[in-house]
Design a protein around this ligand. Structure first.
Ligand code: 3PY
Ligand code: MG
Length: 255
């Protein structure tokens, strides 16, 4: 599949009420990206907020993912226009924006992710358009990257209704660690206040008919089943480093 078809496939799923499953990449090695790509996810987010992946490593990670039908996304460090431009120019199909707290903040990020006339992202030859070879086809793709807003601060919950109304946002996505930390309850995922906040996020998104998602960081099938039942539709299942950590530990009986 071409990148634009992968974008459409994910967007169609989200708009049709289906779910889209992805995962997360923090290990800066193309072989890891190749393995992840062959695992069948719709998308894989290269994490440039946490972990140690640099802009110069993006093209090879993308090349490895492009051997599969998995769309490369980037969770940018902050959502500055430079972060978005560099990720998209390298060939990302979309951006996951951390720490979104207001509609204005998100609008600014979307503006810097889209070429004119939709936005103000700088136009140039880059890997995304095969250094100019696919320039004309890319002009349309460059106005419709996948945009996902992370809801991971209690301040965002107060502004959620306006965030959900921002034009061009495909889904909101809960970061459970930061959200709980912003409430003074880091990783206390059973805390009643935390659960109530999550419920409020879901209800608000449902009322606005906007797909919502979450990062299931620890790879637990039971969690995945539960989240799908609860209506989450943009789900990241674990992280490359966490998959490795889980499966590489010496079995208990052999220690
Ligand atoms: C969080 O839980 O805060 C995250 O950012 C997960 O990606
Ligand atoms: Mg976070």
């Amino acid at each position: 599949m071409q990148r634009i078809d992968k974008i459409r496939n994910i967007r169609d799923k989200l708009n049709d009420g289906r779910y889209s499953l992805g995962t997360w990449i923090q290990i800066p090695h193309p072989s890891v990206a190749e393995v992840i790509g062959q695992s069948g996810y719709d998308w894989a987010a290269i994490d440039m907020e946490h972990g140690a992946i640099s802009v110069a490593e993006l093209p090879d990670l993308f090349r490895a993912l492009e051997l599969s039908n998995t769309l490369p996304l980037v969770r940018v460090a902050e959502g500055h226009s430079k972060d978005c431009k560099q990720a998209l120019d390298a060939g990302a199909g979309g951006i996951i924006v951390p720490m979104v707290e207001s509609a204005q903040q998100l609008e600014k990020v979307i503006d810097s992710c889209c070429w004119p006339p939709k936005g103000t992202r700088g136009v140039g030859f880059s890997r995304a358009n095969l250094f100019g070879k696919n320039f004309s086809q890319y002009t349309s793709e460059a106005q419709q990257p996948i945009i996902v807003a992370m809801i991971e601060n209690i301040k965002a919950v107060d502004n959620l209704q306006s965030i959900l109304k921002v034009d061009g946002v495909d889904a909101i996505f809960i970061g459970p660690y930061d959200l709980s930390a912003s409430m003074g309850k880091t990783a206390d995922f059973e805390n009643p206040d935390f659960l109530l906040t999550v419920k409020k996020i879901i209800q608000t998104a449902e009322a606005e008919n906007k797909p919502f998602g979450i990062h299931i960081v620890e790879p637990k099938i039971s969690q995945l089943k539960l989240r799908l039942k609860e209506g989450y539709r943009f789900i990241a299942y674990s992280v490359d480093s966490v998959f490795l950590r889980e499966s590489s530990e010496i079995p208990k009986d052999f220690k």
